[in-house]
Design a protein around this ligand. Structure first.
Ligand SMILES: Nc1nc2c(ncn2[C@@H]2O[C@H](COP(=O)(O)OP(=O)(O)OP(=O)(O)O)[C@@H](O)[C@H]2O)c(=O)[nH]1
Ligand SMILES: [Mg+2]
Ligand SMILES: [Zn+2]
Length: 364
């Protein structure tokens, strides 16, 4: 029997050697997650786009669940021929944040991206927030995908050089490009990251124009944008679901809803990637474990005094650093709790075992 897997152009959809061999027909069919809505998935597989459901094991464990952009293996044994997703293949990159609220859990925003575009809007000062860009850089460096910064709505100004320079100062070498979804400025730059098999993603606050850029690159209105005001949309995010879309010339875009609150799921390493200037200066601090707050001989504070690093940037670094440390503490605390709980369950098991055994004349 010819494998169903051979009927689609997997490489064009982003499949590469890092995902291993395509599954044999007996093992299932590989497909890519296009979107998800309350446990209902849409995947792109050999029969085009289709609905898919999760196998029980994945439904029960949030950590095993697929995200948009994931490659999954599905079977057709389920009810009425709806494919069942059995497992998620190891990701080559993943954009993760902490779930909102008090829970300490990872939420995978999108998977298997090659490039993540951090989008800001040039409409008024409110959206060009350097501190927010720094936060998004730490978020993106963690993903394993390459970050690029886009300043959208360039059509609102004659000359955007000053904006680009201002952002370059906090970008740590990440490219910064002024673009416009409306007049097409800079779109060729974005297109240079697309092409068969390449997946890009747009992240950033609500209203910066992620969906407008998506539409401009696809060449037709696929995504609803903020100017389409339907009574019940007012005051809410226009895009409500993450979605993978095919670009006619090759490549894919994952459009995401703006995040009201981006809580990090990152590590110190990501912070150093995003704050290369501070990381470099810190190597000259007198103390190896310098916190760049009160220590004498702190080269980072020296750089601030010299005007090489802005005070606001160092403050931003401290804030994000504390957030990452707090997250690490919560994680290890929860890990310890879990261990304890497991220990307790084991203790209980042992007790029951010994009780039954005693009755039968022996203990462990
Ligand atoms: N002037 C100008 N306006 C733009 C541009 N791109 C987007 N807009 C406008 O900005 C508003 C928001 O655009 P969207 O594409 O919906 O923004 P979004 O980032 O997708 O927002 P969410 O889906 O809510 O996260 C709309 O009114 C767009 O018309 C641009 O390049 N220039
Ligand atoms: Mg949108
Ligand atoms: Zn220091």
């Amino acid at each position: 029997m010819e494998s169903l897997n051979s009927k689609i152009d997997y490489p064009a959809l982003g499949w590469d050697a890092s995902f291993g061999e395509l599954p044999t027909p007996e093992a299932g069919v590989a497909a890519r997650v296009v979107t998800e809505n309350r446990g209902h998935f849409v995947v792109l597989g050999p029969s085009g786009e289709s609905a898919a459901v999760l196998a029980g094991a994945l439904r029960k464990n949030p950590e095993l669940r697929p995200a948009v952009g994931d490659w999954v293996v599905m079977g057709f044994e389920g009810c009425a021929g709806v494919p069942t997703i059995h497992r998620v293949l190891a990701r080559k990159s993943k954009l993760s944040r902490k779930v909102t609220g008090r829970m300490t859990r990872e939420q995978v925003v999108a998977a298997n991206l090659d490039t993540v575009f951090i989008v800001s809007g040039l409409d008024g000062g409110r959206n060009l927030n350097l501190r927010r860009i720094e936060r998004y850089l730490v978020f993106t460096w963690n993903s394993g995908a390459v970050p690029v910064i886009l300043l959208n709505k360039a059509d609102l100004h004659g000359d955007n050089t000053a904006f680009v320079r201002e952002v370059e100062a906090v970008a740590g070498g990440v490219p910064v490009q002024a673009v416009s979804a409306h007049d097409g400025t800079g779109l060729d730059f974005v297109r240079s990251y697309l092409g068969p098999g390449r997946t890009i993603g747009f992240v950033g606050s609500s209203g910066v124009g992620k969906s407008a850029l998506t539409n401009a690159l696809i060449g037709q209105v696929t995504q609803l944008t903020g100017d389409v005001r339907q009574g019940d949309l007012t005051g809410r995010h226009t895009t409500t679901r993450r979605q993978l879309l095919l670009v006619p010339g090759g490549g894919m875009i994952i459009d995401t809803p703006g995040m009201r609150e981006l809580q990090l799921w990152s590590e110190d390493e990501d912070l150093n990637d995003a704050f290369g200037d501070i990381a470099a200066a810190s190597r000259q601090c007198r103390f190896k474990d310098c916190t760049h707050t009160v220590e004498p001989g702190c080269a980072v504070k020296g750089a601030v005094d010299d005007g090489d690093i802005q005070t606001a940037r160092l403050e931003s670094y401290h804030k994000l650093s504390q957030e990452i440390e707090h997250l690490a503490q919560r994680e290890s605390y929860l890990g310890r709790l879990e261990e304890k709980a497991r220990g307790k369950t084991f203790g209980k098991m042992l007790k029951t075992f010994n009780k039954t055994n005693r009755k039968q004349g022996g203990t462990l």
